[in-house]
Design a protein around this ligand. Structure first.
Ligand code: PLP
Length: 392
């Protein structure tokens, strides 16, 4: 029987489709007992065999079989060298930012998740690293913002909440001419729909709290890297920072991951119908949805993604309508976060993007009348009826 010291991922993994890979994982089951549900190795430490003999496992902050199964599965899905599971999406963001050194510079998407801006504004500035926000859908603008000390670009594709879609290959081609590392936050589409490493990016990060785990019941983050050198660097950093994902949360994330493909396809189906409904509603001024043929980056989206996902932002006609809508919406829950089976709606200006000044928010289109909807997998007509009554 195989054991954890000599196991390999299932045979010829490349021949399988993503729908199989998410269900079957790396090992897919416990090699020591045959248990089909991968066990939760709820231990902080491991018994040594002898002074120079070990089981490859020494201490759970460094290595844990449940976490390792999740990490290997994510590396397989993204086509990376290896992956790291950490305690939240922000831990994943912070971890990659440790690559930057004093006096270096980073470019980030202009309407990136507010927490990422906060990390740049607080921790990075204190470390002597400056940042610039730029619209990555305009490559000429990006070119202008590159400085001699720019070391990293961190982009969200699509962005949050304005749904702008940068051309990942174009951005990485430009960045690599200057030796700049490209990190893609792939939280919204996941590797089931979009594979940034295959498009040239160097590192992919996830708030696995969202679609990867998918049930609004766990906080988790993933970093997937392309090279052994990056892997060694991050492995040491995680051990020092002490932010790996716990065994229980690794298991919850693995369990959620098994249904990623069916969930995301259903999120997408529902979102298309809801976006179409919102587009023609008289109280809706604008709908931002990457699946629309008239979305400014539709051609890029078609080129690099397999599906459109479940995220929609939309602008209502007045604050009065917004307030009434959020009071009346019932089945769809007014809550932060996204990517779970339950539909959630949030108000970016007062919730997720507060660190951006009102003036800058307005410039980016994050108006006070903008709402961001994470479409769940409930019956679509129930969701549309809920929106309809809340807009009456
Ligand atoms: C795109 C994106 N990246 C990162 C994060 C941070 O993730 P977490 O909340 O799991 O720390 C979020 C959270 O909303 C997000 O939307």
């Amino acid at each position: 029987m195989k054991n954890f010291t000599n196991y390999t991922v299932y045979d010829k993994k490349e021949k399988y489709h993503d729908e199989t890979k998410v269900v079957r994982g790396a090992l897919g089951h416990d090699p020591t007992t045959g248990a089909i549900s991968f066990p939760i190795f709820q231990t902080s430490t491991y018994r040594h065999i002898g002074i120079k003999e070990n089981t490859n496992f020494n201490y759970s902050r460094i290595i844990n079989p449940t976490r390792e199964e999740l990490e290997r599965t994510m590396a397989i899905l993204d086509g990376g060298y290896s992956a790291f599971a950490v305690s939240s999406g922000m831990a994943a963001v912070s971890l990659v930012l440790t690559i930057l050194k004093n006096k270096e510079h980073i470019l980030i998407s202009d309407d990136v998740y507010g927490g990422t801006v906060r990390a740049c504004e607080n921790t990075l500035k204190e470390m002597g690293v400056l940042y610039t926000q730029v619209d990555f859908t305009d490559i000429e603008l990006v070119k202008k913002e590159i400085k001699a000390n720019t070391r990293m670009m961190l982009i969200e594709v699509p962005t949050n909440p304005m749904m702008k879609v940068a051309d990942i290959r174009e951005v990485t081609n430009l960045a690599h001419q200057y030796g700049i590392t490209v990190v893609v936050d792939n939280t919204f589409l996941t590797s089931y729909y979009q594979k940034p490493l295959m498009l040239g990016a160097d590192i992919v990060i996830y708030s696995a709290t969202k679609y990867i785990a998918g049930h609004n019941d766990v906080s988790a983050g993933i970093v997937v890297v392309k090279t052994e050198e990056q892997a060694e660097y991050l492995k040491n950093k995680i051990a020092i920072l002490g932010a790996p994902l716990s065994p229980m949360d690794s298991w919850l994330t693995l369990r959620g991951l098994k249904t990623l493909a069916v969930r995301l396809d259903k999120h997408s189906l529902n979102a298309i119908k809801i976006a179409d409904f919102l587009k023609v509603h008289p109280k809706v001024k604008h709908v931002y949805y990457i699946g629309f043929k008239d979305h400014p980056n539709y051609e890029v989206t078609k080129k690099q993604t397999k599906g459109f996902g479940g995220m929609i932002s939309f602008e209502l006609d007045s604050m009065k309508t917004v307030n009434k809508f959020l009071e009346k919406i019932n089945l769809i829950l007014f809550a932060e976060s996204l990517g779970g089976v339950e539909s959630l709606i949030t108000h970016p200006a007062s919730r997720t993007h507060t660190e951006i000044s009102k003036e800058n928010r307005e410039k980016l289109g994050i108006k006070d009348t903008l709402l961001r909807l994470s479409v769940g997998i409930e019956d679509c007509s129930d969701l549309i009826n809920d929106i309809k009554q809340a807009l009456e």
